[in-house]
Design a protein around this ligand. Structure first.
Ligand code: ZN
Ligand code: ZN
Ligand code: FE
Length: 757
């Protein structure tokens, strides 16, 4: 019998993902001798045995790696056989600390799920089953090194059976820090609204299912916080949840038991299905089948999309099995406050909203909302909220950081990021900093992220807006500061995602962000790289009547655009009600001290209001979302693009949407369907933006366009722009893994501060 010895050099995401125990188990199963170790380049294996068995080991490492691992390369070298016996995991001395010592939270793996549903298994029906390949991580870690005493599992000493699994390199639970079983681990309890415990363990689960089936609202403690759950098919229960949560229209997410149930509700591309069933388990926004029932209309009123997710903890699996129908699972909070994650907070804040609470005694250390991904019509997906399942996974920087950076993000949809060496690491979604509770959460997240990543910031990067709480925090630290312009940060976040160092022509279509000239930007054309930028074009500026009130009241922007595009008399005529407020806003438009903006987001608001879709909003972006939704049934080129003009002002190109507005108003008066007007508007704005971008790119010798800013959550606009860029011979960078909205700002800030001179 021939015996060979081979060295296997494995690179990729192979550390901190259970790769060494995986190699160990397969090598032992194949009867090979040798050892496996981590080193600075990845994982190094030396294995000896029959060539067929060695081939099989290589095949398993590349084709069936552990769920969180990603093998980039596997190089094989022949070595002289040494004739040893046994296989060992070697603690390597040259081991360099990974960028983050902590994994993301991972959905229940198939092996654990099989145990959960096997009546003969000791973990049958146990809602906290986990292993090396799955379970809580980021949300339970208090400090590093990542060991059980440093997690919120510290209070649960392992029983003998669990301890034996933990110590056995051949076991799936080798060094699984949150390992637990019914004998030693966390337990469920059911509380009434007032916090009184009424049932425990299996009875608690049964009680919660019974309440949900009866149309009640139940708070459910999950991985990164509490959800508010109710029967998604029960219109009355859904309406009651809206009333109690003070949430008028913003869509609720729905949890369904499996992919088949998801497909029964929504159209899923292969990418969307893969995202939905991935171990990160984000909410996936996908188009619903028009005739699908099983979900009450009040779940996502008036929208063609539904936010779906699959169960990601054993408790979710058990709940959904008990229910046999979809569950609304929305963040456990009131309105836009941060999600509740401590038990006391849940009783205080959620108690009054719910009929019962399904809790347990494993504390959540860091809250993490569900992540949200949007399915694009072209089949790809786009990140909308990067949080649970993604934080704190590092994103590689295109060049090594020149300094250690803390970046504090924007005001809304806040995240914070740190940069060090080869990576930038973004926090979970923190939320809107205008809420006191979110501000507290911001402070905790900032400190925790620096601690987990070992970053000792040399500079702090912040937005230019002096009133953002994040900016104020940055300026109070005793550190050098780097102010990064909002839209430069947006474009930079897109460059990080694509590993791009050369300059691009950035199109930043956004809500509002402070510009370097003190006005509010938001429809910007920038020549930008990761070190700096120059503004080379923008949407025409116009007054923002009523400042921030104009954001919640799109009718104000409708009036401002009608005034700009059609003149004061036509604008006055357009105001059908022409009441006091209209006249006062018209007066504001004439006043020189009214702030001006070039925001694309506000232009979408204006068109939505001009079409009568949404004069006032109840959540951020609502008017634009509904304007896009109005065109949902139409192909991109179903309607000829409405015209817009491009003018030169000194060095700048200014896109003037006035002709677009004029046509929107005219078509509306002729009775053209809103769907067609929306499609014509999207096509016109997108194509004109690309026309301007192409001219500027040519002028500045650039061949690539990068799209960022919250407006590019609009997949219709994105697809129009991408198509027009390709026609113009330009490459396009589009967000996929980093949100185009303000959730990505801290990533861009961190990269700029880390790489600039
Ligand atoms: Zn598992
Ligand atoms: Zn145990
Ligand atoms: Fe923004």
């Amino acid at each position: 019998m021939t015996t060979q010895r081979r060295r296997l050099r494995v690179t990729g995401t192979v550390q901190g993902v259970g790769f060494r125990p995986f190699v160990y188990r397969h090598a032992v199963a194949l009867g090979l001798s040798g050892h496996v170790a981590n080193d600075s380049e990845g994982v190094l294996v030396e294995a000896e045995g029959p060539p067929q068995q060695l081939d099989e080991l290589s095949r398993r490492l590349t084709e069936e790696p552990p769920p969180l691992a990603r093998v980039a390369t596997l190089e094989t070298t022949q070595l002289p056989a040494t004739g040893g016996s046994g296989f060992r995991i070697v603690e390597s001395r040259s081991e360099r600390a990974p960028a983050v010592a902590v994994s993301v939270d991972v959905a229940t793996c198939d092996d654990c799920l099989a145990e959960l549903t096997d009546p003969s298994d000791r973990r049958y029906g146990y809602p906290f089953t986990n292993c090396t390949n799955c379970g809580p991580r980021y949300t339970i870690i208090r400090s590093i090194p990542y060991d059980r005493p440093a997690t919120t599992m510290a209070g649960f000493p392992m029983c003998d059976a669990c301890a034996a699994e933990y110590a056995d390199p051949g076991d799936r639970r080798f060094h699984a820090q949150p390992n637990a079983c019914p004998a030693c681990g966390p337990q469920l309890r059911l509380l009434e609204g007032d916090g009184r415990v009424v049932a425990e363990q299996g009875e608690a689960l049964d009680g919660a299912v019974k309440a949900l089936l009866a149309g009640k609202i139940v708070a459910v403690k999950g991985l990164g916080g509490y959800h508010l759950a109710t029967d998604a098919s029960d219109a009355g229960a859904v309406a009651e949840l809206r009333r109690r949560k003070h949430r008028d229209d913003k869509p609720f997410a729905v949890m369904v038991p499996d992919l088949d149930a998801a497909r029964a509700l929504c159209r899923l591309s292969p990418d969307a299905a893969a995202a939905l069933s991935s171990l990160r388990r984000p909410i996936v926004l996908a188009h619903r089948h028009p005739d699908a029932d099983g979900v009450a209309p009040g779940v996502a009123p008036g929208l063609p999309e539904l936010g779906l997710m699959l169960p990601y903890t054993p408790l979710h699996h058990l709940l959904l099995q008990g229910m046999g129908r979809p569950l609304v699972m929305t963040s456990g909070n009131l309105s836009d406050e941060p999600i509740a994650h401590t038990d006391d907070d849940a009783v205080t804040r959620l108690g009054p909203l719910v009929d019962a609470t399904l809790a347990h005694d494993r504390p959540i250390h860091i809250r993490a909302d569900d992540s949200v991904v949007r399915a694009r019509p072209n089949g790809r997906t786009q990140m909308v909220r990067r949080s649970r399942g993604f934080a704190p996974e590092p994103l590689p920087l295109p060049r090594p950081a020149r300094r250690q950076v803390l970046a504090v993000g924007a005001e809304l949809k806040n995240t914070v990021s740190v940069a060090k060496d080869a990576n930038v690491v973004a926090s979970h979604h923190i939320g809107d900093l205008e809420h006191l509770a979110a501000h507290r959460s911001f402070l905790q997240a900032t400190e925790h992220l620096c601690h987990l990543t070992g970053v000792d910031p040399e500079v702090v990067a912040h937005d230019l807006h002096p009133e953002y709480l994040s900016t104020k925090y940055a300026l109070e630290l005793d550190l050098p500061t780097v102010g990064v312009q909002h839209h430069h940060a947006h474009v930079a976040s897109c460059l990080v995602e694509h590993g791009r160092t050369e300059p691009v022509l950035g199109i930043a279509f956004d809500g509002l962000g402070l510009g370097t000239d003190g006005t509010l930007w938001g429809g910007e054309l920038l020549v930008a790289d990761l070190r700096g930028f120059r503004r080379v074009g923008h949407l025409r500026q116009l007054p923002l009547p009523g400042g921030t009130r104009a954001i919640r009241e799109p009718w104000r922007m409708a009036l401002a655009w009608a005034h700009t595009a059609l003149g004061p008399e036509a604008a006055a005529r357009y105001g059908e009600s022409a009441d006091e407020r209209w006249r006062s806003v018209l007066a504001l438009l004439e006043r020189p001290e009214t702030p001006v903006t070039s925001s694309a987001g506000r232009l979408f608001d204006a068109v939505a209001a001009l079409l009568g879709l949404r004069p006032r909003t109840t959540y951020e972006g609502q008017a634009a979302i509904e304007l896009e939704a109005a065109a949902a049934g139409l192909e991109l080129d179903a309607v000829a693009p409405y015209p817009a003009s491009i003018e030169r002002e000194g060095d700048l190109l200014v896109i003037d949407p006035s002709p677009l507005i004029a046509q929107v108003v005219a078509e509306r008066d002729w009775g053209t369907p809103v769907a067609a007007i929306s499609a014509g508007f999207h096509a016109g704005l997108g194509r004109t933006a690309v026309e301007a971008a192409a001219e500027l790119a040519g002028h500045h010798g650039l061949d690539t366009v990068a799209l960022s800013g919250g407006v590019f959550q609009n997949t219709r606009l994105t697809d129009v722009v991408v198509g027009a860029c390709r026609e113009a011979g330009l490459s396009v960078l589009v967000h996929e893994h980093v949100p185009p909205n303000d959730g990505g700002i801290s990533i861009g800030q961190a990269a700029v501060a880390a790489l600039s001179d």
